[in-house]
Design a protein around this ligand. Structure first.
Ligand code: ATP
Ligand code: LTN
Length: 326
């Protein structure tokens, strides 16, 4: 079975972009791969977050994984900070990466732009992500389109390390979905839907009440020419609604466009399709959050399994780079 690893930051509520871009593929492939899914709490520290909120959101994200359909008997779910090999390996990789290549990361440019007080961790963020992946010898990393550049960096670091110190790392590959790899904000359709951007009307959270989903789709930005057509460049709002309907129904956005003449009808169908998709998840989520003890135990089991694999990789990398064994 192929080894797979991916992660989500506990920096806010899981949203439709996280599900369609990433988690949906994780669920679809469980059972046919050897998968590790991690809640990357260390990554969430790269931006301001209240300690109590971080703790709460870490558990909520774990509940979200299960509610979205992951089965802890088939995949390993764990919290990144519970496995010390991640930051240890990240240091070895920071001493493999260059300032120049980290400076080119577009996420850093977007999130850190114009702020003197941007955290150093935001700059080295992609190296910690590389450590997350390489520690598990992951062959495949199912992520949304926005992570492509980070995966390229991970591959480059692994290749460079192996070249200098011997074959320690497996070179991973990104697996990016063909539809909904980049779900757009409903109010700012040129920008990706995101946890950390305050856009309450632009984002659909995974466990949101049906009436709120309907309201947000109704208010979604379209345009003024009144024609239902699929063209993400010239009609980003309408195209993004068609993408959502396509992801929920399996019909291509172009074929769907041909069926509608009015924005109102399209929006009503998008809202219905999303409510049908998300309602069962919401119920499971509310149920899971009523028993955090179960979740904590599951995360502990996950960390034990993850720790063994990640630590072994770290030890090999440390030996290869010349650190004296204890
Ligand atoms: P943040 O705003 O804090 O960066 P995020 O919403 O971008 O958070 P992450 O935790 O960074 O979410 O990403 C988790 C997974 O969801 C990644 O695989 C990422 O590619 C995917 N993802 C995030 N946003 C979208 C989106 N709008 N469309 C498709 N996939 C997405
Ligand atoms: N950088 C990713 C989250 C992330 C991740 C990972 C994804 C951290 N470590 C390892 C895949 C594999 C993001 O912002 N979406």
């Amino acid at each position: 079975m192929a080894r797979v690893l991916s992660g989500v930051q506990p920096s806010g509520d899981l949203h439709l972009g996280n599900y369609l871009g990433a988690i949906q593929q994780w669920v679809a492939n469980q059972g046919s791969d050897d998968a590790f899914y991690t809640i990357v709490d260390l990554h969430a520290l790269t931006q301001s977050i209240d300690p109590a909120e971080l703790r709460r959101r870490t558990l909520e994200t774990a509940a979200g994984f299960l509610a979205a359909g992951l089965d802890p008997n088939q995949v390993t779910i764990f919290v990144q900070s519970h496995v010390p090999a991640h930051p240890r390996l990240a240091w070895l990789l920071e001493c493999t990466a260059t300032m120049g290549e980290l400076n080119r990361m577009t996420q850093f440019k977007d999130k850190g732009r114009g702020t003197e007080s941007v955290r150093a961790g935001l700059f080295t963020y992609p190296v910690l992500m590389a450590a997350d992946i390489l520690a598990y010898e992951a062959e495949f990393v199912p992520v949304g389109e926005d992570q492509r550049q980070h995966l390229e960096l991970t591959r480059n670091l692994a290749i460079r390390f192996n070249h200098h110190y011997g074959e320690v790392f497996v070179i991973p590959e990104a697996t990016i979905p063909t539809v909904a790899a980049r779900v757009m904000d409903l109010q700012l359709p040129n920008q990706k839907m995101s946890k950390s951007i305050p856009s309450p009307l632009g984002r659909i959270d995974l466990f949101e009440a049906p009436e709120d989903i309907a309201k947000k789709i109704k208010k979604a930005v379209t345009d003024t020419d009144g024609i239902v057509a699929y063209n993400p460049e010239t009609k980003p709002g309408v195209s993004s609604l068609l993408d959502l309907l396509s992801a929920a129904t399996g019909t291509s956005p172009g074929d769907l466009a041909a069926k509608y003449t009015r924005y109102g009808d399209l929006k009503a169908d998008v809202a219905d399709a999303l409510i049908t998709l998300l309602s069962p998840m919401r119920e499971r989520y509310l149920h899971l959050m009523s028993d955090p003890g179960e979740l904590t135990a599951l995360l502990r089991r996950g960390a034990t399994k993850a720790d063994e694999i990640a630590n072994a990789t770290y030890e090999r990398a440390a030996a290869a780079i010349g650190l004296l064994p204890r």
